[in-house]
Ligand binder design. Sequence first.
Ligand code: SF4
Length: 706
Amino acid sequence: LPQSAKPDATVHSVCGYCATGCSLKVHLQAGRAVNLSTHSDYPVNLGMACPKGWEALTPLAASDRATTPLLRGRDGELEPVSWTAAMEAFCAGFKDIQKQHGADAVAFLSTGQIVTEEMAFLGSLAKFGMGIVHGDGNTRQCMATAATAYKQSFGYDAPPYSYQDFEESDVLIFVGANPCIAHPIMWQRVMRNQRDPEIIVIDPRKTETAMAATQHLAIQPKSDLALFYGLAAHLVSIDAVDLDFIAAHTEGYHDFVEFLADYSLETAAAATGLDYAQVSRLARLIASGKRVSFWWTMGVNQSYEGTRLAQSMINLALMTGNIGKPGTGANSITGQCNAMGSRLFSNTTGLLGGRGFECAEDRQTVADILDMPVERIPDRPSLAYNEIIDAIDAGTIKGLWLVATNTAHSWINQKRFRRVREKLDFLVVQDMYHSTESAEIADLVLPAAGWGEKEGVFINSERRIGRTRKVSQAPGQALADFHIFRLIAHHWGCAELFKEWSSPEAVFRILTRLSHGLPCDITGIDGYADLEREGGIQWPFKKTEREQPGHELKAQRRLFEDGKFYHANGRAKFIFEAPRPMPEPVNADYPFILLTGRGTSSQWHTQTRTSKSDVLRKLYPKNPYVEINPEDATALNIKPNSKVCIRSRRGEVEATAVILASVQPGQVFMPMHYRITNHLTASAFDPYSKQPSYKACAVTVHNIHS
Ligand code: SF4
């Protein structure tokens, strides 16, 4: 490099896309990022990055960045305004609604993409400062099921694993997960496993991960709960259970065994469409006494019975003692870069730190730590995301504030959201781009800084808190979400409540105090410097632990090594329930099951950022496509690359046919990255987590030109 192009400094920053939480080395010239490389010492990615990470800086320079606040004028167009005018419109719009219809008539929907300090600030500002009760995160769309399952089974939302467990497991069972493309660096950790592991993939679709596995169990959609109950029943019947562990550390086992009387390997094979020999082989692997780990993502979480499904794997791990030891666990892989931060500190449906709004003691504890009148803290939990949409439809919520999320693309049954939006009196969208589907239909757009333009921490899938750094200046008048919240507090008239919330690090220190005594206790972390020195720190890390003589922080730590769970009696619970029928089974009019999911490692969710990179765009088809099995394509006279129509009860869309045996006959697959996919999906939800069931709805497919 010529001297003029050489970086003069380098900072380490955790990537802002997925929950893997890779650290990147960002190289600076005069304080501005010029390029990046990977960080070989970081215990997460060990010098690796996926295409999105390598291209992390590109979306910052996109031409459609929101650079000034935009307010919809009398002519219906979004017009640039000053921050002062934007704040006046924000406060007047929401205060008028609250005055006319009550404080509950305004809600917010946030994200797993902003830093933890901003999430906590947003939730606290909205609830304690503005009197808003209802706010949820887009994490409802990806992780609510895992969070609910862990809370019910373990007593707290606590993914138990460390990434080292990928390398230390003998049998890795991936359920509804495609880490090859969804979490490519985690998959590389699997590839580093030297124990000659069995890699089992349970998924209706032959995904990239299924192709690389030692065994792919191509089950019928939504038959996984029956599969796991059948496996559990068989393990009981052959005494392949860890009775000592069960007796010492769990409760509800005998009821579970009674419940399993109706299940067997035969019922599992019948429900899933698998051969008995395949199911039997899986049972033998789990019974082998080797280190068995279960890993799941959206194929489990985005299901109408996802909570019980996640718990059916937790039950298997508990009954075989596969938890709290190297290479084991019932392990939910998180999706967004800061979904775990959202789960702990977003102050949306749970009070800061995973406490309960309805618990007077919890409210008082938080009020004391924040030095805030306890009356400021709502004594009711928020409506969940879907209930907020329903309340807008019913006319009881009239103002909505979207922060770093693109509901008009990502929410299930998208046409309904667009219809419901018409019932809102005031929609504010706070985002990096003015061109998202949501920003385009907003009344007010607040321009926000993106990843790389602000400071804070993300919490990754293995509970590691890592620093993300400001390496670039946000364009125009765009501000870090943190500073937008400070402006709002000032204009709303509640800044006095947040006088200690002066910087991201000041808020991080408040969060460490709020964590005291909770399972996520991080009182041992003394500010950002500790995080940088240690290469991120997994929670929990208590002050008492830090103060132990000769203490040395291990780079990788898992939970439950002492067999103690978070329920009051220290035991984990067996929780179970009979499988339910699919909400929308196929019939003569809609004979195909539509599967949805991630299509590539090079795109992220609604492509808001990744579509801004020429490199990433070239790695993925621009136009929507649908995977169709060759047998079905022949029967329907559909040729490769021809246009087909896919119709559900909610709408119809066009896509390019990709004829592939990746899907089974009677099933089709569409990636979620295209805005049309959620025209088709159905409004079905898990009753416990309220997570949408994106994965299976009934559609019909036909050749447009026939
Ligand atoms: Fe970023 Fe995830 Fe890729 Fe790592 S795997 S570089 S965290 S997108």
